[in-house]
Design a protein around this ligand. Structure first.
Ligand code: AMP
Length: 284
């Protein structure tokens, strides 16, 4: 596995490999790998000749009071894990190589970036789409793999790729969970054992919503009340949002149906913001 640290070298690598007719598949990450990231890398291997993993904690997608300065990292461990997954290139640029002095361009997907996480993290999705466009230009992937854990992010990137004719095929990987149901996240490391019990309220509340949906409750206001009450009954939980949306359009729905998805964001103990989501008709 090659470690490449500058956009120029990465562009040269991508050009050389394209000439050879090799297809490359990008997995964008912020590092501190867990089984979720590794599963995305395994999926990527099935779609091309080379897997490129980007490891970049993108400062422009963090708000001023967010956890940029303490975002977990362990480059050597990440490099070892990526190599074991058969990754060809770990692209790990510094911030000043990605955003040199004078940088001033942004890409925004307007409507889809406004609600849910967009309403609670102003500027976050513009930071995401801007860095993803940069990565697509630098790496020129044929495919790129994103996790359904960040469901709104995935929808926004699909929209951007269509709107801007980017010609990259976006692949979605299902949410990878711990045995007890907690969605894997690099941020889970911030939680101690007791706090983790409260974190489980996210996936359990999705299970609860599924059960109520199976029993015939369709009114999302009612479903939302039950979900919120369940989460709030756990210590240290502060709900950012409980949203019932159509899986395809991401529009809020008042009556749930088979394509309705519950999206959640909860801040735990004033320090860790976790997200999760699931389809009401078939959460697993
Ligand atoms: P991150 O490093 O958190 O920015 O995540 C990099 C990619 O991995 C994103 O596409 C995420 O959606 C995906 N990802 C993170 N955690 C999970 C998970 N538990 N299951 C599936 N995909 C995930």
């Amino acid at each position: 596995m090659e470690v490449i640290e500058t956009p120029d070298k990465m562009i040269a690598w991508a050009r050389n490999h394209a000439v050879l007719g090799r297809k490359n598949v990008l997995v964008p990450t912020m590092g501190y790998f867990h089984e979720g990231h590794l599963s995305l890398m395994r999926m990527a291997r099935e779609y091309g000749d080379d897997v490129v993993v980007s490891l970049f904690v993108n400062p422009i997608q963090f708000g001023t009071n967010e956890d940029l300065s303490r975002y977990p990292s362990d480059f050597d461990r990440d490099a070892e894990l990526a190599e074991k997954e058969g990754v060809s290139v770990l692209f790990s640029p510094s911030t000043d190589k990605m955003y040199p002095a004078g940088f001033q361009t942004a890409v925004t997907v307007e409507h889809l970036s406004r609600h849910l996480c967009g309403a609670h993290r102003p500027g976050h999705f513009t930071g995401v789409t801007t860095v993803v466009v940069k990565l697509f230009h630098i790496i020129r992937p044929d495919f790129a793999v994103f996790g359904q854990k960040d469901f709104q992010q995935l929808a926004i990137i699909r929209r951007m790729v269509l709107d801007l004719n980017m010609g990259v095929e976006i692949l979605a990987h299902p949410i990878v969970r711990e045995q007890d149901g907690l969605a894997m996240s690099s941020r889970n490391i911030y939680l101690d054992k007791d706090q983790r019990a409260s974190a489980l309220s996210l996936s359990k509340s999705i299970e609860l919503a599924c059960e109520l949906f199976q029993k015939g409750i369709r009114d999302t206001t009612r479903l939302g009340e039950k979900v919120s009450a369940f989460i709030s009954s756990h210590a240290g939980t502060d709900i950012d949002y409980v949203g019932f949306v159509d899986s395809n359009t991401l529009e809020f729905v008042s009556e749930a149906d088979n394509s309705t998805r519950l999206l959640l964001a909860v801040t735990l103990f004033n320090k860790v913001r976790l997200i999760d989501n699931g389809l009401l008709a078939g959460f697993s």
